[in-house]
Write a protein that binds this ligand. Structure first.
Ligand SMILES: Cc1cc2nc3c(=O)[nH]c(=O)nc-3n(C[C@H](O)[C@H](O)[C@H](O)COP(=O)(O)OP(=O)(O)OC[C@H]3O[C@@H](n4cnc5c(N)ncnc54)[C@H](O)[C@@H]3O)c2cc1C
Length: 532
């Protein structure tokens, strides 16, 4: 016996599920979002992780969220506000540092400490990244063309893409292909001479990747992070006042205002199917909710293999999804600090430009290879590469007491499976102690100001957000898992082999990150199919 009936059930209340809910409710459909946690938002949530200290729990910087979606969902009127984070700071262990700001003369002098040619090379390189990123970002808002059997719109999309590539000059076309299928190592060595700038570019590959710099196709992740913008500036990043949860709270409020129903603490156990047609879902507590359309915000493996089940899928499709690569080797920490971190490599009291920065702790290009190999062997590195921000220097809503701070750390690469059968729950404290000791080499007052910490291991990321193997992007961003193949040629346009089952999460084109694009594109596909 069914408890309720809807036009569309959205399985999962991550930011993409909420985006889809908004577009579908706006079109007049009866929409219900089912979220397993007590709060919506998926990986874009804010939490008080220690009394008096709030922070984005997982995802921590914004750039990819599309302006069209912000406007369509009227997110600003529901409290969404960004703060730009224009600086990048690369502290060194040898007393040197690199601080890049919006001031080009300053940057020239900073890079000049390491090389006489790398400043100009970096400008040229960024120009290419912008050009190529610009093309990629244009195709984010359309479904990727079908690999075969497409209709007129697929042909038009393919022609448009071909035309944009054709318009590039020969050099830019060469670079585009290098970015799409080349290895970062080649790109880095082609452009730069100093170890410092090589490390900077290597670090660009890192947040979404789990790959060696020598792996063909691993450069794509660098582009994926270049297509965003803040305040109209391409490639810029920022933070959200009040943390990333403010995005999803605004999305939820906007969806509710349009008539969508949102149910939290509602874990879906099974997607119900009869004669290859979706019937609805069954919750863990036994409730059955009916709908002819289910849009899954969950990742492809969870959606198809766990919530649906292989027996409802074509054999080849199920085999391909089983082989879809998921793992990003990410460990996330939030630090509650009694005072401001002071860096060994930079003099000065109080908040400086280096605090208002993304801060990347990478020793050199080889550092990435070392942590990658260690992770592949199942050993968490004692000296991980860390990307950090101190959002409280820009946003005092995150702390109760002036002078205290929160710091976000993304530590890479940290394996999901540990060697010798060790378990993350047993290892976590020891791994955290090593990370903090390493960080203290750069920030000598760290142990004095540390009040408390929160750590999400790859296993925690899977447990808390339902991201298979802790993959923060719902599947690796590598060429065979992108565009018309994400997550599979028969599901890349958001519809799946099961009639009425759609994908609306980061496992669909264009992939992970807080963009809202898979949710928006999936909603458009559903609305188009309903018009047929
Ligand atoms: C540690 C970390 C750091 C990151 N940093 C950044 C960053 O700084 N910037 C950026 O742009 N991106 C970042 N990302 C990536 C980005 O946050 C994600 O790609 C994005 O949030 C995924 O959104 P989504 O809506 O597709 O899926 P999710 O956020 O994964 O949402 C899926 C939802 O489905 C729910 N769910 C799962 N199973 C069920 C079920 N059976 N029944 C009901 N509900 C279910 C989950 O609880 C979750 O709420 C980060 C991610 C992580 C984890």
């Amino acid at each position: 016996m069914a408890d309720s009936e809807f036009d569309v059930i959205i399985l999962g209340g991550g930011h993409n599920g909420l985006t889809a809910a908004n577009y579908l409710a706006k079109a007049g459909l009866r929409v219900c979002v089912l979220e397993r946690r007590t709060t919506v938002g998926g990986a874009a949530v804010t939490e008080e992780f220690y009394p008096g200290y709030r922070n984005s729990l997982a995802s921590y910087v914004v750039s990819l969220l599309r302006e069209e979606i912000i406007d369509d969902l009227e997110l600003r009127s529901y409290g969404y506000e960004t703060i730009s984070l224009p600086n990048s700071f690369y502290p060194g262990l040898d007393g040197s540092h690199l601080l890049l700001t919006e001031n080009e003369n300053h940057n020239k002098e900073q890079i000049g400490k390491f090389s006489s040619t790398d400043h100009d090379a970096l400008k040229e390189f960024e120009n290419i990244v912008d050009q190529v990123g610009g093309i990629i970002s244009k195709y984010w808002m359309n479904p990727p063309p079908k690999l075969s059997g497409g209709g007129l719109s697929d042909i038009i999309n393919a022609i448009k893409l071909g035309n944009d590539v054709y318009k590039l000059d020969a050099d830019a076309r060469h670079r585009l292909i290098q970015f799409l299928v080349g290895a970062p190592e080649t790109i880095i060595e082609r452009w730069f001479e100093s170890e410092k700038i090589k490390a900077v570019i290597a670090a660009h590959c890192m947040p979404g990747n789990y790959a060696s710099l020598e792996q063909p196709g691993a450069s794509l992740a660098m582009l994926h992070h270049a297509v965003g913008e803040i305040d109209g500036k391409q490639g810029s990043w920022g933070i959200v006042r009040g943390g990333m949860g403010k995005i999803t709270q605004a999305m939820a409020a906007s969806a509710i205002a349009k008539g969508a129903e949102i149910r939290t603490d509602s874990e879906v156990e099974k997607i119900l199917v009869k004669d290859n047609k979706v019937q609805g879902v069954r919750l863990k507590q036994g409730t059955v909710l009916l709908a002819k359309i289910v849009a899954a915000n969950t990742d492809p493996k969870r959606t198809f293999l766990t919530l649906l089940g292989k027996k409802y899928l074509p054999d080849n499709f199920a085999k391909d999804i089983s082989a879809y690569r998921m793992e990003s080797a990410s460990l996330r920490m939030n630090l509650a600090l009694k005072g401001l971190p002071e860096f060994a490599c930079i003099d000065g009291q109080g908040v400086g430009e280096h605090h208002r920065s993304t801060i990347t702790f990478i020793e050199n290009k080889q550092h990435l290879e070392t942590v990658f190999r260690s992770a592949r062997a199942g050993i968490p590195s004692d000296r991980p590469i860390i990307e950090a921000i101190i959002p409280s220097v820009l946003d005092d809503t995150l702390i109760d007491k002036p002078g205290t701070h929160v710091m976000s750390l993304l530590c890479k690469y940290m394996p999901f499976d540990l060697a010798d059968g060790r378990h993350w729950d047993a290892e976590k404290e020891a791994v955290v102690a090593k990370i903090l000791d390493y960080l203290a080499l750069y920030v000598p007052n760290l142990h004095d100001i540390l009040h408390s910490w929160q750590c999400l291991t790859p296993l925690d990321i899977e447990r808390i957000f339902g991201m298979t193997r802790g993959d923060i992007l719902h599947g690796r961003l590598e060429p065979d898992q992108m565009l018309s193949m994400r997550p599979h040629p028969e599901a890349a346009q958001y519809a799946t082999p099961v009639d009425g089952l759609y994908l609306c999460g980061s496992g669909a084109h264009p992939g992970g990150g807080v963009s809202g694009v898979p949710g928006r594109n999936a909603a458009n596909r559903i609305l188009n199919d309903l018009r047929k």
